[in-house]
Ligand binder design. Structure first.
Ligand code: ACO
Length: 328
């Protein structure tokens, strides 16, 4: 058995920036309401002619650059997304655009927990010796799937991509200390991006479905309640299992959904607010991209240093949640 080592991170966001004031022109809202209730001030949005795959490729390519690794040396690419350009999966296309011609690539869907789920999945392949290296990407473009006339949801989301390169190392040097994952389909009704179908005649009186996707629906209060309990619970169990005290945690990196969720989790974990990594004001909730995007920025800013302990937890639709001591 091997351990994993994190050798590079990268991220990318679209150029178009939409401010809270911009949104106040299309729905009844205000900069004050959005920033006070969520901490979000701006979000980046893909242009109609841009693809999510190109954004993912940019993030992954920056991560490989940081790792000083050639794309041909990558064995595995996992593309965590709920909003692929192609519902059959965009991972293989991303790998080809990246030049990772020797890698196998696939998509993984777990909404805002997607990056954590993809990282733990990739880590198992590397730990077992099946693959020596992997690029894990979290990317989403929820701007394409929110109802821009619904102020309850449209103000929350933005687009982005983040990536991490991991390689095999000695088992005792494993950077991923532990992880916990969970899901509860009973809560699927609280946050959805659902398919629906009209009837279509298939001859001989038979009928099939002519499908399309509806816009994002959300029960904000339920999701808020779920997030503020599951995220700290997941991390406190992990800390207990691995005998890690609050003082030993250098950074708290939660899925970037709402500043109030992060503050509440920090309070429950008895961690000072200064340990929270947050870039929500600039990007909003970028779903699977939020954790690797925030991590990459914190690395580039010199906040997260090699060897530091980052307690990380994603949570979101499904419902799903997952946390780990993120490798740094
Ligand atoms: N601007 C102005 N008013 C608004 C807006 C808005 N953008 N949105 C809602 N309101 C109104 C509501 O209509 C409501 O009015 P009413 O009292 O007249 O009915 C009022 O503000 C209060 O609404 P609440 O829902 O009580 O506001 P709350 O403080 O709970 O904040 C929020 C709402 C921000 C959505 C919060 O519940 C939240 O962050 N929930 C979690 C959402 C989340 O994280 N979702 C993503 C999960 S990740 C994933 O997997 C995609």
């Amino acid at each position: 058995p091997f351990g994993i080592s994190v050798v590079g991170t990268g991220s990318a966001a679209p150029e178009t920036v939409v401010s809270n004031d911009d949104l106040a022109e299309i729905v009844e809202t205000s900069d004050e309401w959005i920033s006070q209730r969520t901490g979000i001030r701006r979000r980046h949005v893909l242009a109609p002619d841009e693809s999510l795959a190109s954004l993912s490729t940019k993030a992954a390519s920056r991560a490989l650059e940081a790792a000083k690794m050639s794309p041909e040396d990558v064995d595995l690419v996992i593309h965590a997304t709920s909003t692929p350009d192609d519902l059959f999966g965009s991972g293989p296309q991303v790998a080809s655009m990246l030049g990772a011609d020797n890698a196998v690539a696939f998509d993984l869907t777990a909404a805002c927990s997607g990056f954590v789920f993809a990282l733990t999945t990739a880590a198992q392949y590397v730990r077992s010796g099946s693959f020596k290296s992997a690029v894990v990407i979290g990317a989403d473009c929820l701007s394409r799937w929110v109802d821009w006339s619904d102020r309850n949801t449209c103000v929350l989301f933005g687009d982005g991509a983040g990536a991490m390169v991991i390689t095999a190392t000695d088992a005792e040097k494993d950077a991923l200390l532990g992880f916990r994952m969970g899901s509860d389909g009973n809560g699927a009704c609280h946050l959805g991006l659902n398919a629906e179908a009209d009837g279509v005649s298939l001859g001989a009186g038979k009928e099939g479905g002519d499908g399309r996707y509806r816009k994002v629906t959300m029960n904000g209060k339920e999701v808020f309640r779920f997030a503020t309990s599951r995220a700290p619970e997941t991390l406190s169990k992990l800390m207990e299992e691995h005998n890690i005290s609050g003082e030993e945690v250098d950074w708290l990196l939660l899925h970037q959904a709402n500043r109030r969720i992060m503050d509440s989790a920090a309070r429950r974990l008895k961690l000072p607010k200064e340990k929270i990594l947050c870039n929500l004001d600039e990007y909003g909730n970028t779903s699977a991209a939020s954790i690797p995007l925030a991590l990459d920025e914190a690395v580039k800013e010199g906040k997260v240093q090699p060897g530091q302990l980052v307690a990380c937890c994603g949570f979101g639709a499904g419902l799903t949640w997952g946390g780990g001591r993120l490798p740094s």
